[in-house]
Design a protein around this ligand. Structure first.
Ligand SMILES: *[C@@H]1O[C@H](CO)[C@@H](O)[C@H](O)[C@H]1NC(C)=O
Ligand SMILES: [Zn+2]
Length: 269
């Protein structure tokens, strides 16, 4: 009993001091040396663990359909998870894009990393991996005040070096167990995939979608939310469906300054 209280206190103190240290980190501090990077061990996650939950996840934003997805989820009493990219297809620091990131976070959705430029992480070396990971983590941290704990590697591609880099950064590698295939199919076909999924009654679902496809965001997702809810599932964030914290720490957002740029951040390959 006393031991467990002591342990809780100690963990709390370590967490508190780690977040203070982390907030004081200069933007380009040496990677992997600060305590906050090691807060959670690296882990590759495919399935949710909490019964009766569904994590609807959305890759490749922040894009304009984020608002449609968010509204549909919130109206249903649910939350989603957004894996943002940094420098590809527009810059995450642009006013409109940064606003979407902040909006998603403020609505209670989980915001996470999809890496900077959507490169194949299995083909990158150690330094390149950290550049691809850090730059998005930094952007999400500055825009929301929260430091993400989850990264989804583009194409789901990873190797042992990627796992080590994620571990060093306190990141969990988030894959999925249901691919809506919204990047290649029409709305009716994707809806059928969701219908078949619900009919198969899985204990829980970690579903991959993309917020950059209008038919997916505006037609499929409202339908999927409807049938999932009717089947009794709770629509939660990926962190919640795993019972894990979404962030390594949270604080106040940074003020926009000259560092809010995508200039010079591209990984040299
Ligand atoms: C990523 O790179 C690895 C290693 O070079 C390769 O085996 C794999 O096919 C690549 N994947 C994609 C999607 O390009
Ligand atoms: Zn992607």
């Amino acid at each position: 009993m006393f031991g467990s209280i002591l342990r809780t206190l100690t963990v709390g103190l370590v967490a508190a001091s780690a977040s203070v240290a982390a907030v004081q980190l200069p933007p380009h501090a040496p990677r992997g040396t600060s305590e906050h990077y090691r807060r959670t061990p690296g882990q590759v996650v495919t399935k949710c663990t909490v019964p009766n939950t569904v994590a609807l996840t959305f890759d490749d934003g922040p894009w304009v359909y984020l608002y449609d997805v968010s509204k549909a989820l919130i109206a249903a009493g649910g939350k989603g998870t957004f894996f943002f990219r940094g420098g590809a297809d527009g810059c995450i620091y642009n006013e409109a894009q940064a606003k979407r990131v902040k909006y998603a976070y403020d609505k209670g959705h989980q915001v996470a990393s999809h890496t900077w430029a959507h490169l194949n992480m299995s083909s990158l070396n150690w330094d390149q991996l950290h550049n691809e990971m850090w730059n998005v983590e930094e952007a999400i941290w500055k825009i929301t005040g929260a430091y993400p704990s989850f990264v989804r590697p583009p194409y789901g591609e990873y190797n042992p070096t990627v796992v080590e880099a994620a571990r060093a950064r306190g990141q969990t590698i988030a894959l999925w167990d249901f691919d809506s295939l919204d990047w290649s199919l029409d709305a009716d076909s994707i809806k059928k995939r969701y219908k078949d999924l619900v009919d198969s009654r899985p204990s829980n679902v970690n579903a991959l979608n993309h917020e950059v496809h209008q038919h997916s965001a505006q037609v499929v997702i409202p339908y999927a939310i409807d049938i999932l809810k009717k089947a009794g599932y709770k629509l939660v964030t990926l962190a919640e469906c795993l019972g894990q914290p979404a962030y390594q720490f949270t604080g106040t957002p940074a003020a926009r300054d000259a560092s809010w740029t995508c200039e010079g951040k591209a990984t040299k390959v």
